[in-house]
Design a protein around this ligand. Structure first.
Ligand code: ARG
Length: 547
């Protein structure tokens, strides 16, 4: 690994001077972020991270002095061409020629493996992760939050797989609850079998909207309750209709996810856990964790003082389960089935306290693995509208962005004859959506803008000589994303790389150069393209070859 070889080389010299094992030093050597404005070193050692008492007793002045002293004791060699002291750091500049050569060779040799085999990951044990994402509700809107969950979950799963972990991708559908009572009654009145087959998501949504209006009438409400009661009692007819709703919907979801390049290993859902939720309630009761309230509901006390200052309701007064009860059952079931090391749930932040409660209750039940469950939350996306108005279906968003890109392609003079414009527009459009979404921290809300997402030019003006230096830091970028599961590190890296490649493209022509030079330049572009492609694939973007 290119960056690794440099880090190792620096560590080995340091280890002699400091009399510390080189392995312990490698982690303290990090790449220096590239600056557009000034020349910076390639790597730096943070003094604070190697001194034993880096606590408050170490003043920054001390650290600066130590850095200075250490820098003086180190020598340049075949690898390091410059050593200097900065504020609390020792900075290393790598021999430019060696850097360019090593990095290019590495990227070309390792291809899509580049970066992921870094020693940064060698201490990280290979794990099995269950990742739950997308999880829309049948017959309800597929809102932008579900789209965000879909692309974020897909990214996390891709990243984990690339780093050698085992991943199970689960879609946990909202396929149970009172809404299916209404939907059952609604379908009997307004439903159409043909439409259910040909466009289930649209049709079920329409039926749901209609019956919801009608449900102001108490009779309808009663009928819906009856229908749901039948479902819970396993009435064959009711179940068979419900199953059609579910099966047809899943078929259509699969088709649309395919457009996104997203797939799942399992289509799970709340419906699978009605019985198991009853077992969970029983377990809670046996463990003395279930308390009955005056209203007859069942709650679990989550407060430290056991004074119910914080609690979670897990049972309705009629003994039936709630969203969280089904989640408890689902979590236990997943763990039994997959024996995984971690479970990750991807939803918007409005569900944060739901997941906190979920993990707390699991812990109280004695499941230590609850500590290895994680809720990856994201902020709200405001103002996403399509020509049809408010977003109701995922497909509307995909169609809209594809149409807009097609239009841009048609009006752009630079666009070449593209073989399959629809397909290209789809991929380009999707990457516009993903990058807009992934640029900031996932927890931030953002204002959606078609124009901003689809801009063809970003800021330019990055210098060519940083290209190779930039490239060798890819593993650190992956490492950062793998630590906090935020895609933005990879996104900004790829964007910078693109700017650099654009500058290189203008200033380093391949055509018309001497063969050897042309060859070297081709290597550079090939390497850049390879890293770009790997990074984009992690994010869930399919690279196109024409546009
Ligand atoms: N279907 C839910 C919703 O749309 C999201 C499910 C999240 N996952 C979970 N295990 N609760 O709000």
């Amino acid at each position: 690994m290119a960056a690794c070889a440099f880090r190792r080389s620096i560590a080995s010299q340091l280890s002699k001077v400091l009399d510390l094992p080189p392995e312990s030093l490698i982690k303290s050597i990090s790449a220096v972020p590239v600056s557009k404005k000034r020349c910076v070193a390639d790597f730096q050692l943070s003094i604070a991270s190697i001194t034993e008492d880096s606590s408050s007793s170490c003043l920054s002045q001390d650290l600066n002095l130590q850095a200075q002293k250490l820098a003086e004791r180190l020598k340049c060699d075949a690898v390091v061409s410059e050593i200097s002291a900065g504020p609390g750091t020792v900075n290393f500049t790598i021999n430019r020629e060696l850097l360019a050569k090593t990095v290019l060779q590495q990227v070309l040799k390792e291809g899509s493996e580049y970066g992921v085999k870094s020693e940064l990951f060698s201490a990280v044990p290979k794990q099995k992760a269950v990742i739950e994402y997308s999880s829309p509700n049948i017959a309800k809107k597929f809102h932008i939050g579900h789209l965000r969950s879909t692309i974020v979950g897909n990214f996390i799963a891709n990243l984990k797989v690339a780093l050698g972990h085992e991943v199970i991708r689960i879609n946990y559908l909202g396929d149970w609850g009172m809404q299916f009572g209404l939907l059952g009654v609604g379908f009997q009145r307004f439903g159409d079998k043909e439409k259910l087959k040909s466009s289930p998501l649209q049709h079920l949504f329409e039926v749901y909207v209609q019956i919801n209006k009608a449900a102001e009438d108490e009779n309808i409400k009663e009928l819906a309750k009856d229908f749901f009661r039948k479902l819970e009692g396993h009435d064959e007819q009711a179940l068979s209709l419900w199953k059609q709703f579910r099966d047809f919907s899943i078929e259509e979801y699969i088709r649309i996810y395919k457009r996104l390049g997203v797939r799942f290993d399992e289509y799970s859902g709340e419906s699978l856990y009605q019985e198991k939720s009853q077992e969970v309630l029983k377990m809670l009761e046996d463990k003395g964790l279930l308390q009955k309230t005056m209203q007859g509901t069942g709650v679990v006390d989550l407060s430290d003082k056991k004074d119910l200052s914080s609690f979670s309701t897990v049972m309705r007064s009629d003994g039936t389960s709630l969203y969280i009860t089904r989640d408890l059952a689902a979590a236990i079931d997943r763990m039994n089935k997959h024996q995984c090391d971690t479970m990750i749930y991807v939803t918007d932040k409005s569900q944060s306290s739901h997941f906190e409660h979920l993990f707390q209750i699991l812990k109280l039940m004695g499941y230590d693995w609850a500590e290895r469950c994680q809720h990856v939350s994201f902020g709200l996306v405001q103002g996403m509208k399509t020509r049809r108005g408010e977003v109701v279906f995922l497909e509307d968003v995909l169609d809209e962005v594809r149409a807009r890109v097609l239009q841009n392609m048609a009006s752009a003079k630079t666009t070449k004859q593209v073989e399959d414009p629809m397909d290209t527009a789809e991929k380009v459009g999707l990457s516009a959506l993903i990058i807009q979404d992934f640029r900031g921290l996932l927890s931030s809300d953002y204002q959606f803008s078609w124009d901003r997402a689809l801009q063809s030019r970003g800021d330019t003006g990055v210098f060519l000589q940083y290209t190779h230096a930039r490239l060798c830091r890819y593993d650190e970028v992956l490492y950062r994303s793998s630590q906090d599961l935020q895609p933005k590190h990879i996104v900004s890296y790829l964007l910078t790389l693109s700017h650099l490649a654009a500058v290189a493209h203008r200033t380093l022509p391949v055509k018309g150069s001497a063969p050897e030079l042309a060859q070297a330049r081709l290597c550079l572009f090939q390497a850049a393209r390879s890293v770009l492609a790997s990074g984009m694939k992690l994010l869930g973007i399919t690279p196109v070859t024409q546009m």
